[in-house]
Ligand binder design. Structure first.
Ligand code: GLO
Ligand code: MG
Length: 346
């Protein structure tokens, strides 16, 4: 039942964050991209996730030729460091052109901006040698229901995805659902929504998903079930493991930090489905706690990976035979305790 293989790990430059929150300034000094890449290497991670403007800063002010030049230079820098680019994601939530949404904005100029920028991100993905474009649809949703036409928004999303799929016959779109924050209600809140909308596009085979643990928890779903569901379709192309303590702002806690059992079940689902065997990476979308000192700046990433690997061992050594007997006897109390004892080391 258990597929034994090694996992490959990844994070993004934004995961070495400075501690700003809506109520106060940063608590750690800004660092350069090169410094972050060095830390990634130092920690022994294999790949880096990149927003389009992590790869090419100030992208909106640059001509295509300049973007190509900078992206190619970055590819060389990454390859010198022995790191690959896992994905590129258009950052469609900072620009004044995406204040009222990107692909689903009510303003046609803004919608055009969002699509043009996404096509540029696809070009960057090509220059960097990855075929995954991650779409976290941060501003595709509503603060108030009456401000947008929900049905039309679905059509607009499909139209945007179709333009991306047509732009490059090799690109795969990995939709990263999140039910809320920054929006009150997002249009694609769950993996079910992401995989359903794929069916409406011109090439559903190239529209898949990325699961983030915290986003599933915010949707009141079990991330392990989301993993099983996506992998039943062969569509889990990337992963943002982290943790979340209940229904509040997106916390991006270290993996396993809030609920070790939920983390264990995610790892079990990945193991059972053979995640990683087709080259998929385990990425951590985690942030340091705001009070974290500079000296401890990398610990949340290192700890997340350590916890993940220990849970892989726990998944591989779980007594499945005994579990099956208890399941056959419908002795779920004993099954519950079997899991707890296993996690507690007894
Ligand atoms: C925020 C998201 C965000 C994305 C990243 C990649 O809630 O998790 O961190 O994963 O921007 O698009
Ligand atoms: Mg994420």
């Amino acid at each position: 039942m258990v597929n034994r293989h090694n996992y490959q790990f990844c994070f993004g430059p934004w995961n070495l964050s400075e501690g700003q929150d809506p109520y106060g300034p940063t608590t750690r000094p800004p660092q350069t991209f090169d410094w972050k890449l060095d830390q990634l290497k130092k920690l022994g991670f294999d790949a880096i996730m990149l927003h389009d403007d992590d790869a090419v800063p100030d992208i909106d002010g640059k001509a295509d030729a300049q973007i190509r030049k900078e992206a190619r230079e970055l590819r060389k820098k990454l390859s010198d460091a022995g790191v690959i680019a896992e994905m590129v994601a258009p950052r469609l939530w900072f620009s004044p052109m995406t204040i009222d949404g990107a692909y689903t904005s009510n303003d046609p100029q803004c919608r055009k901006y969002a699509i043009d920028r996404s096509l540029r991100s696809i070009d960057i993905a090509n220059y960097l040698g990855t075929d995954i474009l991650v779409l976290w649809l941060a501003r595709e949703g509503t603060y108030l229901r009456e401000s947008k036409n929900g049905r039309r928004s679905v059509d607009l999303l499909v139209e945007a995805f179709d333009k991306m799929l047509a732009h490059d016959k090799g690109i795969r779109l990995a939709i990263e659902p999140k039910p809320n924050e920054p929006m009150d209600q997002a249009y694609l809140p769950t993996i079910g929504h992401a995989l359903a909308i794929a069916q409406l596009t011109r090439d559903q085979k190239r529209v898949g998903c990325l699961i983030e643990s915290a986003h599933a928890i915010l949707a009141v779903l079990d991330p392990a079930d989301e993993i099983d569901f996506a992998m039943a379709f062969g569509k889990l192309w990337s992963l943002h493991l982290n943790d979340q303590n209940g229904l509040k702002f997106d916390q991006d806690k270290p993996f396993g930090s809030a609920n070790l059992r939920v983390a264990f079940n995610q790892v079990r689902a990945l193991e059972h489905n053979g995640y990683g065997k087709k080259g998929e990476y385990v990425c951590f979308d985690v942030h340091p706690f705001r009070p974290t000192k500079i000296d401890h700046w990398l610990a949340h990433l290192d700890n997340s990976r350590k916890t993940f690997l220990r849970l892989v061992e726990k998944a591989r050594t779980f007594d499945d035979k005994q579990a099956q007997q208890l399941i056959a006897d419908r002795n779920y109390s004993a099954l519950d305790q079997l899991v707890l004892n296993h996690l507690m080391g007894k």
